[in-house]
Design a protein around this ligand. Structure first.
Ligand code: NOJ
Length: 542
């Protein structure tokens, strides 16, 4: 496989609104990010994926863009953005922009024009359809509840919005739309960015009349056209958000011969704790053997025809330590276990802000304290359907996106060192104990565990390129696998639960196993029979 810089890179995602407020308005900003670049350098990451910073009315916190070539006032100015790129470069940190082009804001000038009349020059930039028997054109649903069609009184047609009604979908069949997108991408490439994370990119080939959302027939044609006209001429990292991807689909995007993307985010593993066929709010307990099966499938099936991204968290997902670890007694141990499990795998790891501190989910008491449009819409819709308040809060505590969006916990001072004033969303009250200052002081912290994992990756071709093999697939408590490159083998053993577990290595061992990393000081090297303590995770060279 031809080596690429992003094969051995580690990406850190910043949700700017909640990262660091430099000007005391309660909202994180770009200068706030610049202040923390040295912190990120210390962690050892190479790339920042920046959630959207463009002009936006914030119906969906920046994922509704009203001007792609300008910066949201609360976040700063274009000069600040240029400075961030430049300061990043000094530290060898690249900036990945969030490319949100399935839809714009309804306050984007294209939509304002498009809405004016049926014969407006921009009408066809969006997806307009006639009423059918006095109703919506069809049954397509929005991800944020309700119909995906919104009626416009003025022109007496419906427009499509697969997200909120303030996020009208662009019509990718219109060549002019695609040209505008390439132009905008080149504007950012010229500014010296490191690449793009592509928001719901698998939706751009949609065929709404056929009820096809993901993976439409022209999707890959469009991505290849995008590559030819923008990033393909440069050495950039591109990662697509593709909820419906299977390994076969992921290879279409990331096979180097097809000139599409570097990699995609697949969400199969992250969907294992919901009732099959239902949506994320319908909770189900994770079965570890499912997780082993799914992650291992992704590890082995892409082969040399694709590349994986590795993640537990992002701004749409609950905090992993609360989700699949233990955010109480074993918070530190389980956060390190989950980190070890993921960072020993093949692919490009993504760390979401605060994950390196073991930040946890939040439980706001009232529904009003939640900001997220997805939570708010779901709550209203399900209350009408008869769900109880308690039951819905339980789902929100487990899966709500605001779990990931509470402010970054920098220290134990007022407002967690995030801001001088009360922030735009509540702070997790546990910031007194869980914060960056504390982690940086303690060489045994989760932060330094992540740092060590990154260092190991940087110094190991095996971690980056080695083969992967799952061990003991049916064991319900231990997740163990081997990475192998030439004669070198790395064994990763993780006890996923708080009960003691046994692991027996059945293969040949020529010399005593060497511990590269562990979350206990006294881990055993007797891999023929290991008695694993709660959440014990060990990486060995064997
Ligand atoms: C996926 C993003 O990650 C999410 O935050 C957003 O709400 C939707 N796409 C719509 O842009």
């Amino acid at each position: 496989m031809e080596k690429k810089w992003w094969h051995s890179s580690v990406v850190y995602q910043i949700y700017p609104r909640s990262f660091n407020d430099s000007n005391g308005d309660g909202i994180g900003d770009i200068r706030g990010i610049i202040e923390k670049l040295d912190y990120l350098k210390e962690l050892g990451i190479d790339v920042i994926w920046l959630s959207p910073v463009y002009k936006s009315p914030n119906d969906d916190n920046g994922y509704d863009i009203s001007d792609y070539c300008d910066i949201m006032n609360e976040f700063g100015t274009m000069k600040d953005m240029e400075k961030l790129i430049e300061e990043g470069k000094k530290r060898k940190i690249k900036i990945l922009m969030d490319l949100v082009v399935n839809h714009t804001s309804d306050e984007h000038k294209w939509f304002i024009e498009s809405k004016k009349s049926k014969d407006n020059l921009y009408r066809d930039y969006y997806i307009w359809r006639d009423t059918v028997n006095g109703c919506e054109p069809n049954e397509l649903k929005s991800t944020f509840s309700g119909s995906a069609w919104e009626y416009d009184e003025i022109s007496e047609q419906y427009y499509l919005h697969l997200f909120s009604k303030k996020q009208p979908d662009l019509n990718w069949e219109n060549k002019e739309v695609r040209k505008e997108v390439w132009k905008m991408m080149n504007f950012w490439i010229e500014k010296g960015i490191g690449g793009f994370r592509m928001d719901v990119i698998d939706l751009v080939g949609k065929m709404p009349d056929e009820m096809i959302k993901e993976n439409g027939p022209k999707l890959h044609e469009y991505i290849q056209e995008m590559s030819r006209n923008s990033f393909g001429k440069h050495d950039l990292l591109t990662v697509g958000e593709t909820w419906g991807a299977t390994p076969e689909i992921a290879k279409l995007y990331s096979n180097p011969n097809r000139n599409e993307l570097s990699m995609v985010f697949q969400f199969e593993h992250i969907s294992l704790d919901k009732i099959p066929g239902k949506n994320k709010w319908d909770l189900k307990k994770l079965d570890l053997t499912d997780l082993k099966r799914v992650l291992s499938k992704w590890q082995t099936q892409l082969g040399v025809d694709g590349w994986n991204s590795l993640f537990w968290n992002n701004h749409d997902l609950p905090r992993i330590v609360s989700r699949w670890g233990n955010d109480k007694e074993y918070r530190v141990k389980s956060a390190k276990m989950l980190a070890t499990l993921l960072h020993g795998m093949k692919g490009t790891p993504y760390i979401y802000q605060g994950e390196e501190l073991g930040m946890t989910n939040v439980k706001f008491e009232t529904i009003e304290e939640y900001d997220d449009i997805e939570i708010q819409n779901m709550y209203k819709e399900r209350r009408k359907l008869g769900y109880s308040h308690e039951e819905l809060m339980k789902s929100i505590y487990a899966k709500g996106r605001d779990n990931a969006r509470t402010p970054m916990q920098w220290d134990d001072s007022q407002n967690a060192g995030f801001s001088d004033v009360k922030p735009w969303i509540g702070i997790n009250p546990n910031y007194n104990n869980i914060n960056a200052k504390q982690c940086l002081k303690d060489k045994d912290s989760i932060f330094y565990h992540y740092k060590k994992l990154i260092e190991i990756r940087k110094n190991s071709n095996n971690i980056v390129y080695g083969d992967y093999k799952l061990l003991n697939a049916n064991d319900k408590n231990v997740f163990a696998y081997i990475r192998k490159l030439n004669e070198e083998r790395i064994l990763v053993v993780c006890n996923f639960y708080e009960t003691t577990a046994i692991f027996k290595y059945e293969g040949n061992i020529e010399k005593e196993a060497e511990i590269l990393l562990s979350n206990y000081k006294d881990s055993s090297t007797n891999i023929k029979e290991l008695i694993l303590k709660p959440y014990e995770a060990i990486m060995y060279k064997i």
